[in-house]
Design a protein around this ligand. Structure first.
Ligand code: SAH
Length: 219
C-alpha cells in the first residue's frame, strides 16, 4: 500500500467534493446528497480504494457505475424536490438511486439484470434506505403500475427518448437521459413535459452503456 491509498477520510471527502464542484456541480442539496452516500458501498471490494476518484468503474453483469461527477450533474439537472416520486431506469450498482433517495420522497429503480437488483436491495437494507424500491423489469416500458412520475432519470443510452417514459411523466415533470448511438459520444438531454407537449434541452456530452430491450439472461 502506498501513502496515497491511506488517504485520510476527511481529505478524501474534500477531494471528492472538489472534483464535483470543478465539474460544475453547484447545487448545495446535490453536494450534500453526494457527501452522504458512500460510493464505496456500491463498488466491488477490489475497487474500493478507487471509489472516491472521479471515474466510472466496472460492476457485475458487464455494466458500469457512472463517474461521480456525471451522477451529480444528472441529479442536478433533474431538479428533484422533496415531494417527488422518481423513476430511475438502470439500477446498475444502485448508487445513483441512493443519491436520488436523499432528495426525493420515493425512488423506484429498475434494471433488466436480476442480480444487480438483488445486490442493490441488499445494500439499501444495510444502509437503511427505506424509500427506494428496486424492481427487475425492462425499463424501456417504464413502470406503468407506479406511473405517473414527477421525475425520470435514465442511466443507459437510447437513440431517442422511449415513448412509454415520455407518457409516464407528469405535466410539469422532468426527464433526464442520454441519447445517441451507444458506441459514440451521446448527449445528455433534459425533457420537460408542458401542458401542450415536451421541451428539450441539450446539456452535455456523456457516454453510457446502451438501453437494451428485454430481461437479462445471466440472472
Ligand atoms: N445508475 C447505475 C449505472 C447504470 S449502468 C449506477 O448508479 O450504478 C446502466 C444500467 O442500465 C445497467 O445496469 C443495465 O443493466 C441497465 N439497463 C440497460 N437496459 C435496460 C432496460 N431496458 N431496462 C432496465 N435496465 C436496463
Amino acid at each position: 500500500m502506498t501513502g496515497d491509498d491511506e488517504e485520510d477520510p476527511a481529505e478524501r471527502k474534500m477531494r471528492f467534493l472538489f472534483a464535483l464542484r470543478s465539474r460544475g456541480v453547484t447545487d448545495a442539496r446535490v453536494l450534500t446528497a453526494m457527501e452522504k452516500v458512500d460510493r464505496g458501498a456500491f463498488v466491488r471490494h477490489y475497487f474500493r480504494d478507487r471509489a472516491y476518484d472521479d471515474m466510472p468503474l466496472p460492476i457485475a453483469c458487464g455494466q458500469t457505475i457512472s463517474q461521480p461527477s456525471v451522477v451529480a450533474l444528472m441529479t442536478q439537472a433533474l431538479r428533484v424536490t422533496p415531494r417527488d416520486k422518481v423513476l430511475e431506469i438502470g439500477t446498475g450498482s444502485g448508487y445513483q438511486a441512493a443519491v436520488l433517495a436523499q432528495l426525493a420522497r420515493r425512488v423506484y429503480t429498475v434494471d433488466r439484470h436480476a442480480r444487480l437488483v438483488r445486490e442493490a436491495r441488499e445494500i439499501y437494507a444495510a444502509l437503511d434506505l427505506a424509500n427506494i424500491t428496486a424492481v427487475i423489469a425492462d425499463g424501456s416500458h417504464g413502470l406503468p403500475d407506479q406511473a405517473p412520475f414527477d421525475r425520470i432519470l435514465v442511466t443507459a443510452a437510447a437513440e431517442d427518448p422511449p415513448g412509454p417514459l415520455l407518457a409516464q411523466l407528469k405535466i410539469g415533470g422532468i426527464m433526464v437521459l442520454p441519447v445517441g448511438q451507444s458506441d459514440t459520444v451521446q448527449s445528455l438531454i433534459r425533457v420537460t413535459r408542458t401542458d401542450s407537449g415536451y421541451d428539450y434541452d441539450e446539456l452535455l456530452p456523456v457516454r453510457f452503456v446502451p438501453l437494451v430491450e428485454g430481461l437479462g439472461r445471466d440472472g
